[in-house]
Design a protein around this ligand. Structure first.
Ligand code: HPA
Length: 275
């Protein structure tokens, strides 16, 4: 057996033994400062990544590093409280391993969240953005021998973010009186924030928000055929000019994400009910 597939199978087998007896229907990835949703789960098991075979350790600020299994909105879910980033120095295979493990556990949908910079100059700190599409500026995690057990060599990305889930989320947000934006997320490597010239470039090519995660996970989930829903919390508005006095700061990002987390949780919870 391909050694990469063996690692996935071993991690999935360990989780099956330790997750409390119910297979998850929905996978969730909670980004910087958004771990709160994890606390809403009626947990049957909380498993630190350090205990899971072949998982890396999460070193990013605002990331806890637990896999939570339990019930949310009447569904069995597994949630990653914290994710792995390429900027931490992990190879893409490690960054995306948990997504393939979730696929091996049989999840029917993947929900991803992140903290992002608002490239769209109409956005404000604390805005929620439904991700309608992405631009990938990170190495593609599907490079290398195809995992034929999981999907095709050339996966289609026309509707990387599930149109039906987006429509349902917009309806839920409107009914709950929660304003939401909809836009294109650009994933770049980080860990440095963007220069104003990069910000202007990213705006020009059609991006609304920028971050350092999510896209690799989405590419791998779509390769596995899993429908994806994604949401960004806008934690800062990107500077388009070098004279700006507002500097980006990791702690500010975590604080802003924390303040918006409740609104995002409402949308995620109600949307999960519909799965
Ligand atoms: N750039 C990249 N990643 C981010 C940002 C940003 O401005 N804010 C939060 N994550």
């Amino acid at each position: 057996m391909d050694s990469r597939v063996k690692k996935i199978r071993e991690a999935a087998a360990f989780l099956k033994e330790n997750m409390g007896g119910h297979l998850p229907e929905v996978g969730i990835v909670l980004g910087s400062g958004l771990g709160k949703l994890g606390e809403a789960i009626e947990a049957e098991a909380v498993i630190p990544y350090t205990k899971i075979p072949h998982f890396a350790k999460s070193t990013a600020i605002g990331h806890k590093g637990n896999f939570i299994f339990g019930r949310l909105s009447g569904k069995y879910v597994c949630a990653m409280q914290g994710r792995f980033h390429y900027y931490e120095g992990y190879p893409m295979e490690q960054v995306t391993l948990p997504i393939r493990v979730m696929a091996a556990l049989g999840v029917k949908a993947l929900f991803v969240s992140n903290a992002a910079g608002g490239l769209n100059q109409g956005f404000s700190i604390g805005d929620l953005m439904i991700i309608k599409d992405h631009i990938n500026m990170l190495p593609n995690p599907l490079i290398g021998k195809n995992f034929a057990e999981f999907g095709d060599r050339f996966p289609d990305m026309t509707a990387a973010y599930d149109l039906d889930l987006i429509a349902r989320a917009e309806k839920i947000a409107a009914e709950a009186g929660i304003p939401v934006r909809k836009g294109v997320y650009l994933g770049n490597t980080g860990p440095s924030y963007e220069t104003p010239a990069e910000v202007r470039f990213y705006i020009a090519i059609g991006a609304d928000a920028v971050g350092m995660s999510t896209v690799p996970e989405v590419l791998v989930a779509r390769h596995c055929g899993i429908p994806v829903f994604g949401m960004s919390v806008i934690t800062n508005v990107s500077n388009t000019d070098n004279a700006s006095k507002v500097l980006n700061d990791g702690d500010d990002v975590v604080r802003a994400a924390d303040a918006a987390a409740d609104r995002m949780c409402i949308i995620f919870r109600k949307l999960i009910e519909t799965i």
